[in-house]
Ligand binder design. Sequence first.
Ligand code: ZN
Length: 237
Amino acid sequence: MAGNSVPQSALVIVAHPDDAEFTMAGTVAAWTRAGCQVTYVLCTDGNAGSHEPGMTKEWLAEIRRAEQRAACATLGVGDVVFLGYDDGQLQPNLELRRELVRLIRTYKPEVVLTSDPTRMFSGNGYINHPDHRAAGQAALDAVAPAAEMPLLWPEVGKAHKVQQVYVYGNDEANVWVDVSGTIEQKIAALKQHASQMGDWDPTERIKDWSAEAGAEKGLAHAEKFRVIHLVKPDGED
Ligand SMILES: [Zn+2]
């Protein structure tokens, strides 16, 4: 299936350090292993994500950037960009959209991966973080049509058309990526975010999620996405 083939290049756009490791890092690891050039964009530094007495936002931002770089090294991700917005206050505004257009035009990714901006809650026990929705919305707004419009913000680079967008967390998945060979790498990358783990070992939770997604397609472990094709695969209308 065309949606499940490995792209040459991909840009991951998420709100916080650890967001991609919780969700799509098995796919990232599978793709980098196959030669895909992956770049991460972190909209915030996750600098409010601590209850530790004496912690400051500046110090936490430094810790979390270092943890994200270590996670990316574990996954074979070549480049990490931190936009430096404050955790808990991300807005899908024109300023963020323009920043993301600049990065899309700079890195020229074939695929963009991001979170579902329409997910407000899951089940009966979880309200999605507004930063996750904001990052997803800004990413989609930047991809189409902004990044490909030559007359819009020409000062941030030459227009670029992204071919596919992988949206994580949507109920209507249409692509299941087999992450059976990279699930341990995903967990190792997630554990790099030590400031967020405390004494908790994420192994079981992560394996439960990917086993559940995999079972839908006869795979040991999978990550599922809603994939939007902005450039149709060959032979399709
Ligand atoms: Zn998050």
